[in-house]
Design a protein around this ligand. Structure first.
Ligand SMILES: NC(=O)c1ccc[n+]([C@@H]2O[C@H](COP(=O)([O-])OP(=O)(O)OC[C@H]3O[C@@H](n4cnc5c(N)ncnc54)[C@H](O)[C@@H]3O)[C@@H](O)[C@H]2O)c1
Ligand SMILES: [Zn+2]
Ligand SMILES: [Zn+2]
Length: 376
């Protein structure tokens, strides 16, 4: 079948993207689902900062590809052997592809699956297939998802069935922003009631972490960003305090607010100075969780002696450190019960014509989550 899709042909084009147009809206051929594959009509997709770093060329990807790694839609057709989905189901698309049998899958870490890491790097579906063509030439998949399109063929491990009560603009962001931010709190940090938490970077992922911390019963939740414009919403979603990342008194202020530092600092900006501050304002025995993706190749100095004498830990968290198929239904219930106000994260929605401008707005920090509606 033919469909409209946003294809990235080149990385590292100059800003503003509205002028250099890294995403080109193309008519792409999509092959129907084979055995173990599912055809989804995409109703909504979110724009994430990780898409921006890819556009900027900070992590090389095989080109051209159809972008987008969080989205939602309606199952149209299932291939032979697909058990848990049927036409008409509403699904969230997420980076869940995994072999199920390697040591990391068996450890409950499907996002670290060796086989899926390889197919993702090659721009294939987790089963190795490539289902899209442009002018007869193959077009790559993006993280096994490619949500900036009217339709997608995916493997069922990237699809989580959701309640039809969840509106499309909210369903769009479960796959990355919510899974990553809430998961970093619940799975990776395992925040407990009464703990003090700091979140650096109050975008879609960071604010999801703030809501996760509130739902966990954290006592102080300190939101930290370079932009004051993020603070009102952050307070409404659970921050007890908001501070500027470039405040020279930042560390001291957090020490005073928390009686010696936070139990958990979650870094969700990808900025190295934020990581340094996160480490400094974490209490002895506390933990720094690294979620924000820095520009490729950057390193960060760590003082092992300080680690010993403070017993602090630093830990990475990819896609919320959990299992999408298990966790997303939990986050969905938390949303439906009012514990996660995910509808508050939407800043705008638009069709394909505004996708490049949308990324300019995200880059300038003017928006939280913007939702692409591929059918207009
Ligand atoms: N680990 C993962 O699995 C995973 C998944 C998704 C996204 N990410 C990464 O998480 C980060 C956040 O993604 P997002 O979509 O929420 O981005 P976003 O652009 O919506 O938000 C980033 C926020 O960080 C703030 N910021 C920038 N520099 C800062 C600094 N020095 N100190 C404090 N705040 C600062 C910005 O003002 C902005 O509010 C990105 O780096 C993204 O690539 C990681
Ligand atoms: Zn993302
Ligand atoms: Zn595996």
């Amino acid at each position: 079948m033919k469909m409209k899709a946003a294809v990235l042909h080149a990385q590292g084009l100059p800003k503003p993207y509205a002028e250099s147009t890294p995403y080109v809206i193309e008519e792409v051929d999509l092959e129907g689902p084979g055995p173990g594959e599912v055809l989804v009509e995409i109703r909504s997709a979110g724009l994430c900062h990780s898409d921006l770093t890819t556009m900027a060329g900070e992590r090389a990807r095989p080109l051209p590809f159809v972008g987008g790694h969080e989205g939602a839609g309606i199952v149209q057709e299932v291939g032979a052997g697909v058990q848990h989905l049927k036409p008409g189901d509403h699904v969230v698309m997420t980076i869940g592809g995994s072999c199920g049998v390697c040591r990391f899958c068996l450890k409950g870490k499907p996002q670290l699956c060796d086989a899926a890491t390889q197919t993702r790097a090659e721009g294939r579906l987790p089963n190795g297939a490539m289902k899209m063509r442009l002018n007869g030439e193959p077009v790559k998949h993006y993280f096994g998802i490619s949500a900036f399109a009217q339709y997608a063929v995916l493997t069922p491990d990237c699809l989580v069935k959701i309640d039809k009560a969840v509106p499309w603009d909210v369903a769009a962001i479960f796959g990355c922003a919510v899974a990553t931010g809430v998961g970093a709190v619940l799975n990776t940090a395992q925040v407990r009631p009464g703990q003090h938490v700091a979140v650096f970077g109050l975008g879609g992922v960071g604010l999801s972490a703030v809501m996760g911390a509130k739902a966990s019963g954290a006592s102080r939740i300190i939101g930290i960003d370079l932009l004051d414009s993020k603070f009102d919403l952050a307070r409404e979603l659970g921050c007890t305090d908001c501070l500027r990342a470039d405040d020279p008194e930042l560390v001291q202020k957090v020490m005073d607010l928390t009686g010696g530092g936070v139990d958990v600092a979650i870094e969700v900006s990808g900025a190295m100075p934020a990581l340094t501050s996160a480490w400094s304002l974490t209490a002895k025995t506390g933990e720094v969780i690294v979620v924000g993706l820095p520009k490729g190749g950057q390193t960060w100095p760590l003082d092992p002696t300080a680690m010993i004498f403070t017993e602090k830990t630093i830990r990475g968290s990819i896609m919320g450190g959990g299992i999408a198929m298990r966790d997303i239904p939990v986050y969905e219930r938390m949303y439906l019960d009012g514990a996660l106000q995910l509808n508050r994260l939407k800043s705008a929605e638009f069709g394909f014509d505004q996708i490049n401008e949308g990324f300019d707005r995200l880059d300038r920090g003017e928006v939280i989550r913007q939702i692409l509606l591929p059918h207009g």
